[in-house]
Design a protein around this ligand. Structure first.
Ligand SMILES: NC(=O)c1ccc[n+]([C@@H]2O[C@H](COP(=O)([O-])OP(=O)(O)OC[C@H]3O[C@@H](n4cnc5c(N)ncnc54)[C@H](OP(=O)(O)O)[C@@H]3O)[C@@H](O)[C@H]2O)c1
Length: 278
């Protein structure tokens, strides 16, 4: 396969570039092509002539999206449509990265792929509009919804917790948002598998299991044997510009049907901590 990865210098992009073997991969950053510009996107795709485009580029600052609505829509929604148009032009398939934030978080059992989207934030709306636009324009595209990404090579929750826990006696972490942490290494392998399978439609891919941010932080601090105390607080006490879903666990059924196995988030965290030390 020839694969073009947009967002190759992001958290997931770096893992995709490192983990993907056996295929010809072209990594594209924002300097090679701004995905908001259909001409630039088409030019790099025509040059790479991929059989798959993996769109991992996005405006991912969830709070920033609230005050930069137009930018969020231009990158996350229009950028996706530009990638789809370029894919169609060269006969490539498209795999788009979406988010658990397309859901409102009112469920108490895992979200299935057909559950109604009801995003609560601008970021979630930009992903929702990208999903619906793509499914209209390119019904055989593959939409991978994931959540709570962590990995080496960029800012992520465990990295922040480790840095804070090394310098503070106690950390306050929200305990009323539940989701599934996902290691970029495991997600990158799953994405390569999905491309090889020629997957289409919406697929949920996260590490197995779920927790709150507080549970996740406590596990990080314990694994790293740091003395800092982790204290549970509510989202109200830690107000942020963008509302987050209280519950955004994604059902694994869609990936299991395709034979995609994902390790538990606890196992993934231990491998991340080892990778971080290397
Ligand atoms: N992080 C999470 O917790 C999470 C959760 C659910 C879903 N996702 C989705 O998973 C995907 C990967 O996320 P990530 O955490 O790896 O993101 P990330 O680290 O923020 O990287 C995103 C990349 O997008 C590129 N980008 C931004 N604007 C661009 C533009 N206008 N044109 C071209 N490239 C642009 C940037 O490229 P340069 O560095 O070259 O400027 C950046 O490296 C995204 O679609 C994200 O929405 C992430």
């Amino acid at each position: 396969m020839r694969v073009a990865v947009f967002g190759a210098f992001g958290l997931l992009g770096k893992a995709l570039m490192r983990e993907w073997s056996g295929d010809e991969i072209t990594g594209l950053g924002s300097r090679a092509a701004d995905i908001r510009d259909p001409v630039q996107v088409r030019a790099v795709v025509e040059e790479a002539r991929p059989s798959w485009i993996v769109l991992a580029a996005a405006y991912t600052d969830v709070d920033g999206c609230e005050s930069h609505h137009d930018l969020a829509m231009a990158v996350n929604r229009d950028g996706a449509m530009n990638a789809a148009a370029a894919a169609r032009k060269v006969g490539a398939k498209l795999l788009f990265l979406s988010s658990d934030y397309v859901f409102d978080g009112r469920k108490t059992s895992p979200y299935e792929i057909a559950d109604a989207r009801n995003p609560q934030s601008v970021y979630g709306r930009s992903k929702t509009e990208a999903e619906t636009g793509l499914l209209d324009a390119m019904p055989d595209c593959c939409i991978v919804r994931t959540s709570w990404l962590f990995g080496t090579g960029g800012k992520c929750f465990p990295d922040t917790i480790l840095k804070l826990a090394a310098s503070r006696p106690a950390l306050d972490v929200v305990n009323d948002q539940r989701g599934s942490p996902t290691y970029t290494v495991d997600l990158a392998r799953a994405i390569a598998q999905l491309c090889r399978l020629g997957a289409a439609g919406i697929i949920h891919v996260t590490n197995a299991g779920d927790c709150t941010w507080f549970d996740f932080a406590r596990e990080i601090v314990e694994c790293a044997k740091l003395p800092a105390a982790v204290r549970p607080v509510s989202s109200k006490e830690m107000a942020r510009p963008a509302p987050r879903p209280a519950y955004s666990v994604l059902s694994p059924k869609s990936r299991l049907r395709l034979g995609i196995e994902m390790p538990s988030w606890q196992d993934a965290l231990r491998r991340y901590l080892r990778e971080r030390q290397d």
